[in-house]
Design a protein around this ligand. Structure first.
Ligand code: HBI
Ligand code: FE
Length: 297
């Protein structure tokens, strides 16, 4: 078999649309089989995001990216990154073919294993790809796994996923929104302004600029229940970003048993992605680089 062809199993209709779901197997990273073009795609995307993110990504992400010392000119070897990660937080990367069935994905996270897609996008997909590839998984997700509190949050999320899966599909919809609006598209309020920590943003040039600099999207204070009721868009930049104050806040939010919350939410309507509610803590652009919350003035 040509190792450059991911083994797609079937397409499944999920809340992310009609997406391919791959084999559940863990695969060895076929590093020697990457082409010169594959390495160039990595180098191009790495250079682009590396230049864009200072002042936009949060300090924790930038420090971790530095500490990992991923090579700029070639695709990193998972084994090299694993030596650092295991020592820092006990996480490890495992190679996969792509999107996993939810329970398989949750089980990996619950055991501090992060699945990384082994293949990288084509040169004509630099700006957008609808499914996770190596650049998104590695550059987007892996640096923050070096951060002790975020690392614990990811494991707690996986454990919560295993539970939600047993409760049923509605619980899973609620929990998936939490992943989407934090791990994938989260913003964090730093002392000197809003910053990015979501992997879907840090791995995207367009959205790294848009989420902070456009006046179009809402930026709303983190609220677990609010997030679990908010639908999301998979085909455009987000209409709403949720802003945490710290990774501790995120981790603390996952401490309670979500079962009673799922039961309550099942009785309530969901909100369209662009909704702003009366009780929302909205972040407004302040003077200079600063941001103000409602009530700060
Ligand atoms: N599989 N490899 C991979 N990566 C993901 O981010 C991923 C997945 N399967 C399911 C999934 N994400 C989502 O359902 C999240 O909501 C958890
Ligand atoms: Fe992702």
């Amino acid at each position: 078999m040509n190792p450059a062809t991911p083994r797609r199993v079937e397409h499944q209709l999920t809340d992310k649309g009609y997406v391919p779901v791959y084999t559940t197997a863990v695969v060895e990273q076929p590093w020697a089989s990457y082409s010169a073009t594959d390495h160039e795609v990595w180098a191009t995307l790495f250079a682009r995001q590396h230049a864009l993110l200072p002042g936009r990504a949060c300090d924790e992400y930038l420090q971790a990216l530095d500490a990992m010392a991923m090579p700029a000119d070639r695709i990193p070897k998972f084994d090299d990154l694993n030596r650092l990660l295991r020592r820092a937080t006990g996480w490890e990367l495992v190679g996969v073919e792509g999107l996993l069935p939810e329970l398989t994905f949750f089980d990996h996270l619950a055991h501090r294993r992060f699945p990384v897609t082994w293949w990288i996008r084509r040169p004509d997909q630099l700006d957008y790809i609808s499914e996770p590839d190596l650049f998104h998984d590695l550059f987007g997700h892996v640096p923050l796994l070096m951060h002790p509190v975020f690392a614990d949050y990811m494991q707690a999320y996986g454990q919560g996923g295993v539970k939600a899966h047993a409760i049923g599909p509605e619980a899973l919809v609620n929990l998936t929104r939490l992943y989407w609006y934090t791990v994938e598209f989260g913003l964090i309020a730093q002392r000197d302004g809003l910053r990015i920590y979501g992997s879907g943003i840090v791995s995207s040039k367009g959205e790294s600029i848009y989420c902070l600099e456009s006046d179009a999207p809402n930026r709303i204070g983190f609220d677990l229940e609010r997030i679990m009721r908010t639908r999301y868009r998979i085909d455009t930049y987000q209409k709403t970003y949720f802003v945490i104050e710290s990774f501790e806040q995120l981790f603390e939010a996952t401490r309670p048993d979500f079962a009673p919350l799922y039961a309550r939410l099942a009785q309530l309507p969901s909100y369209p992605a662009g909704t702003v509610l009366d009780g929302d803590r909205v972040y407004h652009r302040g003077t200079g680089e600063g941001w103000l919350k409602d009530g700060d003035v």
